[in-house]
Design a protein. Structure first.
Length: 402
């Protein structure tokens, strides 16, 4: 009997229900305010981060005299350590000391006639800057000693350079690993909270219609399955809009402020998040609607949907645990299993450890699993949505649907 009823679904009527669900939620002040606030946080947070982590001013180093060898040695030492310095020639030692006191110079390097060098600073030198100056001083002293002993310093340096050891790294660090992990984490958070929150909204909407007897009026003109499909599509579209707005705003701001420098990966993660939101929401939403139809009071919704909530949090924690090792065997295996693939696949795409075959394969498996779940949920929903008595058992709902 259920099969006969579900085989003739009017998509026009289902679309009308979806339109009602979508507009009734999107047009509320709460939705507009919460969306605007979240976008402001995402955009503002990245702008503040970009400003706080912007390029630091180079270290200002003042020199006295005309010791070009010392200036060159300081620049070479700073470059080797990745430290940005700016050399400023000072007319005299007293002038250099005054500018250090005034904060115009970070340190003054003062050379003396006997070849010794002093470094003058207002506060203690940081270890890296001190290492740069020490290395530069030793380099200059070595070159002077070589010249005094009639040694060709350039030829000696060339011989030493040829004797250097070339390092062959078998497993080099990924310079973009930090950004990949951050993208993966954001994708997991976005998917988990939107799927969980809007799935719960589906269950609450079903119970609200049951308790107010609105469902009886609706089902006098449309079929239960049409109401179920329309509700899932409508509420899902509300969540999808937020996913697109949040993700799009975060992506655009990140690329504009150079907080995100791996543009192609970020765009792929954004596209994957949209795809897996649709698949994950469809899987959970039909089950939330089915379990929500078993009760008639809002206070019973959480208890009725507790198994789904536990599953949702299990998926979230699995994704959390895999952030540092997205290429591990157990994560790859779990990412093939619905609904874990809804969060694990965007994570693996962000980490760059998946391939097109796995993406297509997991999508197909998720579609099949969602279709099977939808048939199961439709049977429960159709047999329970008009029952406004006490809480029903899942077994009883399935037995009545046969």
């Amino acid at each position: 009997m259920t099969g006969a009823r579900t085989s003739k679904v009017s998509w026009h009527l289902a679309s009308l229900v979806a339109q009602r669900e979508f507009t009734s939620r999107v047009m509320t002040k709460a939705y507009a305010i919460s969306t605007a606030v979240m976008v402001a946080i995402l955009v503002g947070g990245q702008i503040v981060y970009a400003m706080a982590s912007g390029d630091e001013d180079p270290t200002a180093i003042g020199t006295t005299g005309d010791d070009r060898a010392l200036v060159v040695a300081i620049k070479q030492s700073a470059k080797a350590l990745g430290h940005d310095v700016e050399i400023r020639a000072q007319g005299s030692e007293s002038k250099a000391r005054d500018r250090v006191k005034d904060g115009e110079l970070d340190v003054a390097v003062i050379g003396h006639e006997d070849g010794s060098v002093d470094a003058v600073s207002q506060d203690e030198l940081d270890s890296e800057l001190e290492s740069i100056l020490q290395a530069a001083g030793k380099q200059v002293a070595l070159e002077k000693a070589l010249v005094a002993q009639d040694v060709d310093a350039d030829r000696l340096a060339a011989d030493v350079e040829r004797a250097s050891i070339d390092v062959d790294v078998l497993d080099p660090d990924d310079p973009d690993k930090g950004q990949r992990v951050a993208l993966a984490y954001i994708a997991v958070l976005l998917l988990f909270f939107t799927v969980y929150l809007y799935g719960l909204y589906v269950a609450m909407g079903v119970v609200e219609e049951k308790s107010s007897r609105v469902v009886e009026l609706l089902l006098s003109t449309i079929k239960p399955l049409e109401l179920l499909v329309g509700k899932v599509i409508g509420i899902g579209a509300v969540g999808l809009m937020q996913v697109v707005v949040f993700g799009g705003a975060a992506l655009a701001t990140g690329l504009a402020t150079d907080v995100v420098t791996i543009g192609s990966t970020a765009i792929a993660v954004f596209a994957a998040s949209i795809l897996w939101y649709v698949l994950g929401f469809a899987f959970f939403a039909v089950l939330y609607a089915a379990l929500g139809s078993l009760v008639s009071r809002q206070e019973d919704v959480n208890n009725a949907t507790m198994p789904l909530s536990i599953l949702a949090f299990a998926i979230f924690f699995a994704a959390q645990a895999s952030l540092s090792t997205p290429d591990s065997g157990w994560i790859e295996t779990l990412s093939w299993i619905p609904p874990f693939s809804a969060t694990l696949m965007p994570l693996r795409i962000a980490a760059g450890v998946t391939d097109p075959l796995q993406v297509v394969g997991t999508v197909i498996i998720m579609l099949v699993a969602t279709a099977v779940t939808a048939v199961f949920a439709a049977r429960i929903y159709e047999s329970s949505v008009l029952n406004t008595g006490g809480r029903q058992s899942l077994r009883g709902a399935l037995s009545r649907s046969r």
